[in-house]
Design a protein around this ligand. Structure first.
Ligand SMILES: [Zn+2]
Length: 254
């Protein structure tokens, strides 16, 4: 992927600099600039899933002609909010995709079942969602992903095909793990920052700007305010003749 190209290019420039240094005087800062540029590119590429830096992620449906968007919820199931989110979705006849954490599925399997019964899509969002998860090596990533797959399979009788990386961060080790587990990776192109911004109107206004067919919206079913945002968002979608569908339906449109 792009990670390999950037790294190979950096190594080629490094080799050329070293070669030139036999004939000309090369200041040390050129080496420092090169390493810093590499580090910055790697960091940006790892944090922005839409760049497809380490792996190919589905972050929006390009050239979408039908007025469909996919609303996605991360970090559940939540004992207080997920069932309310399901009620709001049902009221508006909308479908969504829930990227669930294994540890929470263990605690609230009945809520996962409800998500599935309501006809929504369920994806894998790691087992622990730990703050240090991005330092995982490939084997640790595989165990995180497989453990959650097994929990989902045991609860709803289906193994998820979709995976969303915690925090949307990707690494070479995660890319290797996903090649082996075979999951399709889902990102987003409309980040609401609903866990950071506390003003609902700001979030809704940001969402309404340039909303287009094929967009993938990121929300979290772990907090009260997401319910209000969802309610208003669904009303707005209806006004604009948009339909909220699962990730699978967004990509399967004809
Ligand atoms: Zn998450």
């Amino acid at each position: 992927m792009k990670f390999k190209a950037v790294t190979i290019l950096t190594l080629v420039i490094l080799a050329l600099l070293t070669l030139f240094s036999f004939y000309y005087e090369i200041e040390r800062y050129w080496y420092i600039i090169l390493i810093l540029a590499w580090l910055i590119l790697i960091s940006v590429g790892s944090f922005l899933i839409g760049l497809n830096f380490h792996l190919k992620a589905f972050s929006f449906k390009p050239k979408s002609t039908l007025k469909k968007v996919a609303i996605t919820f991360d970090d559940g199931p939540h004992p207080k909010h997920t069932l309310k989110v399901l009620e709001v979705l049902k009221k508006h006849g909308a479908k969504a995709t829930f990227f669930c954490i294994g540890e929470k599925i263990e605690k609230y399997p009945h809520i996962l079942k409800s998500i599935s019964i309501e006809g929504h899509s369920i994806g894998n969002h790691s087992y622990s969602h730990s703050n240090f998860i991005d330092f995982n090596l490939t084997t640790k990533w595989i165990s995180e992903i497989e453990k959650t797959d097994e929990l989902i399979q045991a609860t709803i009788g289906k193994t998820p095909k979709l995976f969303r990386p915690p925090y949307g961060v990707t690494t070479p080790h995660l890319a290797k793990a996903l090649k082996l587990t075979g999951h399709l990776v889902v990102g987003w192109n409309r980040r609401t920052l609903d866990t950071i911004i506390k003003n609902r109107n700001t979030i809704l206004n940001r969402l309404k700007i340039k909303l287009k067919p094929g967009d993938i919206i990121l929300l979290h079913d772990t907090q009260e305010q997401s319910l209000h945002i969802l309610e208003h968002l669904l009303l707005y979608l209806k006004q604009q003749n948009f339909e909220a569908v699962t990730i699978e339906e967004l990509y399967n449109e004809h």
